[in-house]
Design a binder for this molecule. Structure first.
Ligand SMILES: *Cc1c(COP(=O)(O)O)cnc(C)c1O
Length: 367
Protein backbone atom coordinates (compact mmCIF):
# COMPACT_ATOMS: atom_id res chain seq x y z
CA UNK A 1 0.00 0.00 0.00
CA UNK A 2 1.06 3.59 -0.58
CA UNK A 3 3.32 4.49 2.34
CA UNK A 4 2.51 8.21 2.09
CA UNK A 5 -1.11 7.69 3.12
CA UNK A 6 -2.14 8.57 6.68
CA UNK A 7 -2.87 5.90 9.29
CA UNK A 8 -6.65 6.27 9.20
CA UNK A 9 -6.65 5.95 5.42
CA UNK A 10 -4.38 2.92 5.60
CA UNK A 11 -6.47 1.20 8.25
CA UNK A 12 -9.69 1.86 6.32
CA UNK A 13 -8.16 0.47 3.12
CA UNK A 14 -6.70 -2.51 4.99
CA UNK A 15 -10.16 -3.48 6.27
CA UNK A 16 -11.80 -3.38 2.82
CA UNK A 17 -12.21 -5.85 -0.08
CA UNK A 18 -10.71 -5.56 -3.54
CA UNK A 19 -12.97 -3.38 -5.69
CA UNK A 20 -14.84 -5.92 -7.81
CA UNK A 21 -18.45 -5.22 -8.82
CA UNK A 22 -20.85 -7.40 -6.87
CA UNK A 23 -18.40 -8.15 -4.07
CA UNK A 24 -19.14 -6.94 -0.53
CA UNK A 25 -17.32 -3.69 0.28
CA UNK A 26 -15.96 -5.24 3.46
CA UNK A 27 -14.92 -8.90 3.46
CA UNK A 28 -17.24 -11.52 4.98
CA UNK A 29 -15.81 -14.18 7.34
CA UNK A 30 -15.01 -17.55 5.81
CA UNK A 31 -15.58 -20.17 8.51
CA UNK A 32 -14.07 -23.37 7.13
CA UNK A 33 -12.24 -26.38 8.53
CA UNK A 34 -11.86 -28.26 5.23
CA UNK A 35 -11.64 -27.14 1.60
CA UNK A 36 -12.15 -28.90 -1.73
CA UNK A 37 -8.77 -30.15 -2.90
CA UNK A 38 -7.26 -29.70 -6.35
CA UNK A 39 -6.09 -32.72 -8.35
CA UNK A 40 -2.89 -30.72 -8.87
CA UNK A 41 -1.36 -31.62 -5.51
CA UNK A 42 1.28 -28.90 -5.67
CA UNK A 43 -1.22 -26.04 -6.16
CA UNK A 44 -0.99 -23.48 -3.34
CA UNK A 45 -4.58 -23.46 -2.08
CA UNK A 46 -6.39 -23.61 1.23
CA UNK A 47 -6.63 -27.22 2.39
CA UNK A 48 -7.28 -27.34 6.13
CA UNK A 49 -8.36 -24.72 8.68
CA UNK A 50 -5.35 -24.99 11.00
CA UNK A 51 -3.00 -24.22 8.08
CA UNK A 52 -4.69 -21.26 6.40
CA UNK A 53 -7.89 -19.29 6.05
CA UNK A 54 -8.91 -16.44 3.71
CA UNK A 55 -10.12 -14.25 6.60
CA UNK A 56 -6.75 -14.64 8.38
CA UNK A 57 -4.99 -13.71 5.18
CA UNK A 58 -6.86 -10.46 4.89
CA UNK A 59 -6.26 -9.62 8.57
CA UNK A 60 -2.59 -10.59 8.23
CA UNK A 61 -1.98 -8.53 5.13
CA UNK A 62 -3.52 -5.53 6.94
CA UNK A 63 -1.24 -6.14 9.94
CA UNK A 64 1.83 -6.54 7.74
CA UNK A 65 1.00 -3.28 6.01
CA UNK A 66 0.51 -1.37 9.27
CA UNK A 67 3.71 -2.79 10.83
CA UNK A 68 5.79 -2.20 7.70
CA UNK A 69 6.48 -5.96 7.51
CA UNK A 70 6.68 -8.37 4.59
CA UNK A 71 4.25 -10.70 6.32
CA UNK A 72 2.28 -11.27 9.49
CA UNK A 73 0.81 -14.35 11.15
CA UNK A 74 -2.31 -14.24 13.29
CA UNK A 75 -2.69 -16.26 16.51
CA UNK A 76 -5.41 -17.08 19.02
CA UNK A 77 -4.08 -14.53 21.54
CA UNK A 78 -1.10 -12.33 22.24
CA UNK A 79 0.42 -15.03 24.43
CA UNK A 80 -0.08 -17.64 21.68
CA UNK A 81 1.87 -15.38 19.29
CA UNK A 82 4.62 -14.46 21.75
CA UNK A 83 5.20 -18.00 23.01
CA UNK A 84 5.26 -19.43 19.46
CA UNK A 85 7.90 -16.87 18.44
CA UNK A 86 9.92 -17.56 21.61
CA UNK A 87 9.83 -21.32 21.02
CA UNK A 88 11.27 -20.74 17.55
CA UNK A 89 14.11 -18.39 18.52
CA UNK A 90 14.95 -19.29 22.15
CA UNK A 91 16.36 -22.76 21.58
CA UNK A 92 17.92 -24.93 24.34
CA UNK A 93 21.34 -23.57 25.30
CA UNK A 94 20.52 -20.00 24.33
CA UNK A 95 20.32 -16.99 26.64
CA UNK A 96 17.05 -15.05 26.57
CA UNK A 97 16.50 -11.60 28.07
CA UNK A 98 12.91 -10.77 29.08
CA UNK A 99 11.50 -7.55 30.57
CA UNK A 100 11.51 -7.56 34.39
CA UNK A 101 8.98 -4.72 34.41
CA UNK A 102 6.83 -5.72 31.41
CA UNK A 103 3.79 -7.91 30.87
CA UNK A 104 4.10 -10.46 33.69
CA UNK A 105 2.91 -13.55 31.87
CA UNK A 106 5.75 -13.35 29.33
CA UNK A 107 8.24 -13.51 32.23
CA UNK A 108 6.31 -16.41 33.74
CA UNK A 109 6.31 -18.35 30.47
CA UNK A 110 10.07 -17.89 30.17
CA UNK A 111 10.65 -19.02 33.76
CA UNK A 112 8.12 -21.86 33.85
CA UNK A 113 8.33 -23.27 30.31
CA UNK A 114 11.59 -22.19 28.64
CA UNK A 115 14.06 -22.32 31.56
CA UNK A 116 13.28 -26.00 32.36
CA UNK A 117 13.96 -26.77 28.66
CA UNK A 118 17.50 -25.43 28.82
CA UNK A 119 17.08 -21.74 28.01
CA UNK A 120 19.00 -19.39 30.31
CA UNK A 121 16.49 -16.67 31.22
CA UNK A 122 17.61 -13.25 32.43
CA UNK A 123 15.33 -10.40 33.44
CA UNK A 124 16.11 -6.73 32.85
CA UNK A 125 14.14 -3.53 33.44
CA UNK A 126 13.72 -1.11 30.54
CA UNK A 127 16.73 1.01 31.53
CA UNK A 128 19.03 -2.07 31.62
CA UNK A 129 17.85 -3.80 28.41
CA UNK A 130 20.78 -2.65 26.27
CA UNK A 131 23.36 -3.80 28.85
CA UNK A 132 21.61 -7.14 29.33
CA UNK A 133 21.50 -7.64 25.55
CA UNK A 134 25.31 -7.76 25.48
CA UNK A 135 25.15 -11.28 26.91
CA UNK A 136 22.10 -12.51 25.02
CA UNK A 137 21.18 -14.63 22.02
CA UNK A 138 17.55 -13.52 22.06
CA UNK A 139 15.99 -10.38 23.53
CA UNK A 140 12.31 -9.64 23.91
CA UNK A 141 11.70 -5.99 24.73
CA UNK A 142 8.49 -4.18 25.46
CA UNK A 143 8.11 -0.43 25.06
CA UNK A 144 6.46 1.53 26.52
CA UNK A 145 6.65 -1.05 29.29
CA UNK A 146 3.27 -2.18 30.55
CA UNK A 147 2.41 -0.98 33.20
CA UNK A 148 5.14 1.46 34.31
CA UNK A 149 5.38 3.15 30.86
CA UNK A 150 9.14 3.43 30.91
CA UNK A 151 10.63 3.39 27.40
CA UNK A 152 13.37 1.27 25.79
CA UNK A 153 15.60 2.92 23.18
CA UNK A 154 14.87 0.48 20.34
CA UNK A 155 17.41 1.79 17.87
CA UNK A 156 20.19 1.45 20.43
CA UNK A 157 18.97 -1.99 21.53
CA UNK A 158 18.77 -3.19 17.91
CA UNK A 159 22.35 -2.00 17.31
CA UNK A 160 23.60 -3.98 20.33
CA UNK A 161 21.67 -7.08 19.23
CA UNK A 162 22.92 -6.86 15.66
CA UNK A 163 26.54 -6.50 16.78
CA UNK A 164 26.37 -9.97 18.35
CA UNK A 165 23.81 -11.63 16.03
CA UNK A 166 21.19 -11.72 18.75
CA UNK A 167 17.56 -11.81 17.67
CA UNK A 168 15.39 -8.91 18.82
CA UNK A 169 11.65 -9.32 19.35
CA UNK A 170 9.59 -6.28 20.30
CA UNK A 171 6.19 -6.51 21.95
CA UNK A 172 4.24 -3.74 20.21
CA UNK A 173 0.94 -4.28 22.04
CA UNK A 174 0.68 -0.99 23.93
CA UNK A 175 1.66 1.50 21.22
CA UNK A 176 0.14 -0.48 18.30
CA UNK A 177 1.69 -0.07 14.83
CA UNK A 178 -0.04 3.30 14.58
CA UNK A 179 2.14 4.50 17.45
CA UNK A 180 5.43 2.74 16.80
CA UNK A 181 7.02 0.58 14.09
CA UNK A 182 9.76 -1.52 15.72
CA UNK A 183 10.83 -3.21 12.47
CA UNK A 184 11.87 0.16 11.04
CA UNK A 185 13.99 0.67 14.19
CA UNK A 186 15.84 -2.63 13.70
CA UNK A 187 13.73 -5.33 15.39
CA UNK A 188 13.72 -8.78 13.79
CA UNK A 189 10.16 -9.63 14.77
CA UNK A 190 7.19 -7.75 16.18
CA UNK A 191 4.99 -9.76 18.54
CA UNK A 192 1.76 -8.35 19.91
CA UNK A 193 -1.62 -8.83 21.41
CA UNK A 194 -4.36 -7.52 19.12
CA UNK A 195 -6.76 -7.97 22.06
CA UNK A 196 -5.98 -4.46 23.29
CA UNK A 197 -6.00 -1.19 21.35
CA UNK A 198 -5.64 -2.65 17.88
CA UNK A 199 -9.00 -4.47 17.94
CA UNK A 200 -10.13 -2.00 20.58
CA UNK A 201 -13.59 -3.19 21.60
CA UNK A 202 -12.80 -5.48 24.58
CA UNK A 203 -14.68 -8.29 22.84
CA UNK A 204 -12.08 -10.66 21.41
CA UNK A 205 -8.63 -12.16 21.95
CA UNK A 206 -6.07 -12.21 19.15
CA UNK A 207 -2.35 -11.89 18.60
CA UNK A 208 0.18 -11.71 15.80
CA UNK A 209 3.81 -11.98 14.78
CA UNK A 210 5.07 -9.67 12.02
CA UNK A 211 8.44 -9.56 10.28
CA UNK A 212 10.41 -9.36 7.08
CA UNK A 213 12.89 -12.23 7.53
CA UNK A 214 11.39 -15.07 5.46
CA UNK A 215 13.22 -17.88 7.32
CA UNK A 216 12.01 -16.63 10.72
CA UNK A 217 8.44 -16.11 9.54
CA UNK A 218 8.38 -19.58 7.93
CA UNK A 219 9.56 -21.13 11.21
CA UNK A 220 6.89 -19.24 13.19
CA UNK A 221 4.23 -20.37 10.70
CA UNK A 222 5.41 -23.98 11.10
CA UNK A 223 5.19 -23.56 14.90
CA UNK A 224 1.63 -22.24 14.54
CA UNK A 225 0.64 -25.18 12.35
CA UNK A 226 2.09 -27.72 14.80
CA UNK A 227 1.23 -25.86 18.01
CA UNK A 228 -2.29 -25.19 16.76
CA UNK A 229 -2.99 -21.90 18.60
CA UNK A 230 -4.88 -20.51 15.61
CA UNK A 231 -7.26 -17.58 15.51
CA UNK A 232 -10.96 -18.39 15.11
CA UNK A 233 -12.45 -17.15 11.84
CA UNK A 234 -15.02 -14.93 13.53
CA UNK A 235 -12.40 -13.33 15.76
CA UNK A 236 -10.27 -12.68 12.69
CA UNK A 237 -13.25 -11.07 11.01
CA UNK A 238 -14.13 -8.93 14.05
CA UNK A 239 -10.51 -7.84 14.39
CA UNK A 240 -10.35 -6.92 10.72
CA UNK A 241 -13.61 -5.00 11.04
CA UNK A 242 -12.13 -3.15 14.03
CA UNK A 243 -8.98 -2.20 12.12
CA UNK A 244 -11.04 0.09 9.91
CA UNK A 245 -11.66 2.43 12.85
CA UNK A 246 -8.26 1.97 14.52
CA UNK A 247 -6.94 5.32 13.27
CA UNK A 248 -9.91 7.24 14.72
CA UNK A 249 -9.98 5.35 17.99
CA UNK A 250 -6.26 5.57 18.64
CA UNK A 251 -6.14 9.29 17.81
CA UNK A 252 -8.84 9.97 20.38
CA UNK A 253 -7.25 7.70 22.99
CA UNK A 254 -3.90 9.46 22.59
CA UNK A 255 -5.53 12.91 22.84
CA UNK A 256 -7.40 11.81 25.96
CA UNK A 257 -4.19 10.40 27.48
CA UNK A 258 -2.31 13.66 27.01
CA UNK A 259 -5.17 15.69 28.50
CA UNK A 260 -5.55 13.31 31.46
CA UNK A 261 -1.80 13.22 32.11
CA UNK A 262 -1.76 17.04 32.20
CA UNK A 263 -4.66 17.05 34.66
CA UNK A 264 -3.12 14.40 36.91
CA UNK A 265 0.35 15.91 37.12
CA UNK A 266 -0.96 19.03 38.87
CA UNK A 267 -3.46 17.23 41.12
CA UNK A 268 -2.68 17.13 44.87
CA UNK A 269 -4.12 13.59 45.28
CA UNK A 270 -1.58 12.26 42.78
CA UNK A 271 1.92 11.23 43.92
CA UNK A 272 3.35 10.48 40.47
CA UNK A 273 2.30 10.27 36.80
CA UNK A 274 4.02 8.58 33.89
CA UNK A 275 3.09 9.34 30.29
CA UNK A 276 5.77 9.34 27.60
CA UNK A 277 4.06 12.29 25.93
CA UNK A 278 4.61 14.60 28.92
CA UNK A 279 7.60 16.83 28.13
CA UNK A 280 9.02 16.36 31.66
CA UNK A 281 8.64 12.55 31.60
CA UNK A 282 12.09 10.90 31.91
CA UNK A 283 11.31 8.79 28.82
CA UNK A 284 10.02 11.65 26.68
CA UNK A 285 13.11 12.28 24.55
CA UNK A 286 13.52 8.63 23.50
CA UNK A 287 9.77 8.23 23.07
CA UNK A 288 9.58 11.33 20.87
CA UNK A 289 12.38 9.97 18.68
CA UNK A 290 10.86 6.53 18.13
CA UNK A 291 7.11 6.88 18.56
CA UNK A 292 4.63 8.45 16.19
CA UNK A 293 2.00 8.63 18.95
CA UNK A 294 2.50 8.26 22.69
CA UNK A 295 -0.37 5.87 23.24
CA UNK A 296 -3.50 5.65 25.33
CA UNK A 297 -2.04 4.45 28.65
CA UNK A 298 -1.25 6.71 31.61
CA UNK A 299 0.13 5.36 34.85
CA UNK A 300 -0.62 7.09 38.11
CA UNK A 301 0.35 6.65 41.73
CA UNK A 302 -2.23 7.50 44.41
CA UNK A 303 -1.86 7.27 48.21
CA UNK A 304 -2.84 3.61 48.55
CA UNK A 305 -5.08 0.81 47.27
CA UNK A 306 -8.19 2.37 48.85
CA UNK A 307 -7.58 5.61 46.95
CA UNK A 308 -7.58 3.67 43.65
CA UNK A 309 -10.79 1.84 44.50
CA UNK A 310 -12.41 5.11 45.69
CA UNK A 311 -11.49 6.83 42.42
CA UNK A 312 -13.13 4.04 40.42
CA UNK A 313 -16.21 4.07 42.67
CA UNK A 314 -16.74 7.86 42.47
CA UNK A 315 -16.20 8.07 38.71
CA UNK A 316 -19.14 7.78 36.35
CA UNK A 317 -16.94 6.88 33.36
CA UNK A 318 -14.04 4.77 34.64
CA UNK A 319 -14.55 1.04 34.28
CA UNK A 320 -12.57 -1.12 36.69
CA UNK A 321 -11.10 -3.72 34.37
CA UNK A 322 -7.81 -5.30 33.46
CA UNK A 323 -6.82 -5.26 29.78
CA UNK A 324 -6.68 -1.93 27.97
CA UNK A 325 -7.21 -0.17 24.66
CA UNK A 326 -11.01 -0.52 24.62
CA UNK A 327 -13.74 2.03 23.94
CA UNK A 328 -14.24 2.71 27.67
CA UNK A 329 -11.69 4.44 29.85
CA UNK A 330 -10.59 1.88 32.43
CA UNK A 331 -8.52 1.63 35.58
CA UNK A 332 -6.50 -1.32 36.87
CA UNK A 333 -4.63 -1.48 40.19
CA UNK A 334 -1.64 -3.50 39.02
CA UNK A 335 -0.37 -4.70 42.43
CA UNK A 336 -3.50 -6.85 42.41
CA UNK A 337 -1.84 -8.98 39.71
CA UNK A 338 1.57 -9.07 41.38
CA UNK A 339 3.29 -6.40 39.22
CA UNK A 340 6.30 -4.93 41.06
CA UNK A 341 4.62 -1.55 41.70
CA UNK A 342 3.26 0.32 44.75
CA UNK A 343 -0.15 -0.44 46.29
CA UNK A 344 -1.58 2.88 44.99
CA UNK A 345 -0.28 2.40 41.43
CA UNK A 346 -2.97 2.30 38.75
CA UNK A 347 -2.83 1.96 34.99
CA UNK A 348 -5.41 4.12 33.24
CA UNK A 349 -6.41 3.14 29.73
CA UNK A 350 -8.07 5.86 27.73
CA UNK A 351 -11.31 5.19 25.94
CA UNK A 352 -12.84 7.27 23.17
CA UNK A 353 -15.16 9.41 25.31
CA UNK A 354 -15.16 13.17 24.72
CA UNK A 355 -12.07 14.63 26.34
CA UNK A 356 -13.93 17.31 28.32
CA UNK A 357 -16.32 14.75 29.82
CA UNK A 358 -13.44 12.58 30.88
CA UNK A 359 -11.55 15.46 32.49
CA UNK A 360 -14.64 16.70 34.35
CA UNK A 361 -15.40 13.18 35.58
CA UNK A 362 -11.86 12.55 36.82
CA UNK A 363 -11.70 15.94 38.48
CA UNK A 364 -14.84 15.29 40.53
CA UNK A 365 -13.86 11.69 41.28
CA UNK A 366 -10.44 12.74 42.62
CA UNK A 367 -11.83 15.62 44.72
C1 LIG B 1 -2.12 -8.34 27.09
C2 LIG B 1 -0.72 -8.38 26.71
C3 LIG B 1 -0.14 -9.55 26.22
C4 LIG B 1 -0.92 -10.84 26.12
O1 LIG B 1 -1.95 -10.76 25.19
P1 LIG B 1 -3.25 -11.71 25.22
O2 LIG B 1 -4.00 -11.34 24.00
O3 LIG B 1 -3.98 -11.42 26.51
O4 LIG B 1 -2.76 -13.12 25.21
C5 LIG B 1 1.19 -9.51 25.86
N1 LIG B 1 1.93 -8.39 25.96
C6 LIG B 1 1.41 -7.25 26.43
C7 LIG B 1 2.26 -6.04 26.53
C8 LIG B 1 0.08 -7.20 26.84
O5 LIG B 1 -0.43 -6.06 27.31
Amino acid sequence: MDGRLGDSTRSVLAAGSAAEPGRPVTPPPVPAAAYHLSPDESAPIDTYGRASNPTWRQFESALADLEGATSALSFASGMAAITAALRVVATPGSTLVVPADGYYQVRRYAAESLAPRGVTVREAVAADMCDAARGADVVIAETPVNPTLDVVDLHHLATVCRSRDAILLVDNTAPTPLGQQPLSLGADLVVASATKGLSGHSDLLAGYVAGSRPELMAAVERERLLGGAVLGTFEAWLALRSLGSAGLRIERQCANAMAVALLLRRHPAVTAVRYPGLPEDPAHAVAAAQMKRFGGLVSVELADADAVHALAARSALLVAATSFGGLHTSIDRRARWGDPVGAGFARLSMGIEDTDDLLADLEQALA
